[in-house]
Design a protein around this ligand. Structure first.
Ligand code: GDD
Ligand code: MN
Length: 391
């Protein structure tokens, strides 16, 4: 049976934690079949050694009653660090198959745990409790400006990260599969771990590692007790993370473009050199093209796709063969576009057609082939079998 661990950070939540524990263990967990549900409270104590409100004592009392209730405590270092400690504990000590992020203050109503787990059992690698899809909502009580900040903040991150299909990127209610997703993430290295903004980095990496991402409706409730710890500073740091990730995300494409330009230069020089050495233009062009392919392969492997670098000799050979075949595809595509284009608009448009062919067809085609089949950075369930087959 799979084990799902809810990691719940708490900082001065004595007014919420007791009811949260009893609701989860007595009302919600019994409803969930085929999964062993655990709750791990990551309680932080004031960093200045000041008085603690007793949240930890309440949890410890209940941990005697419920076997699946765990607690770890430390001095407060911020929300991200609390999650890092909790997620590591859940993976390494509790051997979780999936980890959930959840607040203790009932803004994530416990009744939404079951549908998240159901999504996981249905094959989701990453389930996002979403306020901005049908069935989800933000509190009616929220003032207009609060709603606007949340909505436009989300929209901004969505655009910066180019994630049009995900509607809620800042939600704190999520479920992540451990194997292949969470266990691949270097948690210690997430950005802005002392703040809420680490959530955006974690989301970005989790989506990257996931084959199946689903959004599950969440009715975000108003906070019942005390005040929220979210602030203007938190928002600024969230935007900062989104912008950095957004640029990083495009960096790969920029590097790919640079490699392509270098390849073009090598191709041109090769054509010239081998033609002058006495080869026919066709042969000289082919040799130049192959040199460019070799350069593209090496530079992309060690630079553009350095995180996915292919190193073993056998794999380099087989991937290089695939790379060549994929390049043949590009040549064919280019020939077809130019032939069809000039067929329609006349031979006079051949240079324009070449630009169209390269710009709109070859560049995206190659980029997709590299990401899908050569370095396999894009996870597409429908292509999973082929991706595996290609090694
Ligand atoms: N251990 C620990 N350490 N827990 C913390 C810390 C910390 O430094 N800071 C906050 N928490 C706990 C709180 O006790 C609560 O259980 C949870 O983290 C969320 O804190 P809130 O202060 O209630 O956050 P919020 O309601 O403003 O923010 C919510 O919405 C954000 C944006 O929509 C959260 O769900 C965020 O995760 C979410 O990003
Ligand atoms: Mn809250």
């Amino acid at each position: 049976m799979d084990k799902v661990v809810i990691v719940m950070p708490t900082y001065k939540e004595k007014d919420n934690i007791e009811r949260m524990i009893t609701e989860l263990f007595e009302k919600e967990f019994p409803k969930i079949r085929n999964v062993s549900m655990h709750l791990l409270v990551v309680n932080d104590l004031p960093s200045d050694g000041g008085p603690d409100d007793g949240t930890g004592d309440i949890v410890k009392k209940y941990a005697k009653k419920f076997d699946n209730l765990h607690i770890i405590e430390d001095k407060k270092q911020g929300l991200g660090w609390a999650y890092v400690r909790g997620m590591k504990y859940a993976m390494e000590r509790l051997h979780a198959d999936a980890v959930m992020e959840m607040d203790a203050d009932f803004q994530h109503p416990p009744r939404f745990v079951a549908p998240m787990v159901a999504a996981y059992l249905d094959g989701a690698d990453y389930a996002i409790g979403s306020r901005y899809i049908k069935g989800g909502s933000v509190p009616k009580e929220w003032a207009m400006h609060r709603k606007a900040v949340s909505f436009f903040g989300n929209l901004f991150i969505r655009i910066a990260l180019v994630k049009p299909k995900i509607h809620d990127l800042t939600t704190g209610f999520r479920l992540t599969r451990v194997k292949g997703v969470l266990d691949k993430i270097k948690l210690n290295e997430l950005m802005e771990l002392s703040r809420f903004a680490y959530k955006v980095d974690l989301l970005y990496q989790s989506i990257k590692n996931s084959k199946k991402v689903v959004e599950v409706p969440l009715e975000f409730a108003p906070r019942t007790e005390e005040v929220s710890k979210f602030s203007m500073q938190e928002m600024v740091s969230t935007f900062k993370v989104a912008i950095i990730l957004g640029i990083k995300d495009k960096q790969r494409f920029i590097k790919y473009g640079a490699v392509g330009l270098i390849g073009y230069a090598i191709n041109a020089v090769g054509l010239e050199v081998f033609y002058r050495l006495g080869f026919s233009t066709g042969v000289a062009a082919a040799i130049g093209a192959e040199f460019a392919i070799v350069s593209n392969f090496i530079l992309n492997n060690f630079w553009t796709f350095k995180e996915e670098k292919i190193t073993s000799l056998a794999k380099v050979v087989s991937k290089f063969v695939q790379f060549n075949l994929s390049s043949v595809g590009a040549v064919v595509i280019q020939a077809i576009v130019v032939a069809v284009g000039t067929g329609i608009f006349g031979v006079g448009t051949r240079q324009i057609m070449l630009i169209i062919a390269v710009g709109f067809f070859v560049i995206p085609y190659n980029y997709a082939m590299y990401n899908l089949f050569i370095w396999k950075t894009w996870k597409v369930p429908a292509l999973e079998k082929i991706q595996k087959l290609l090694g």
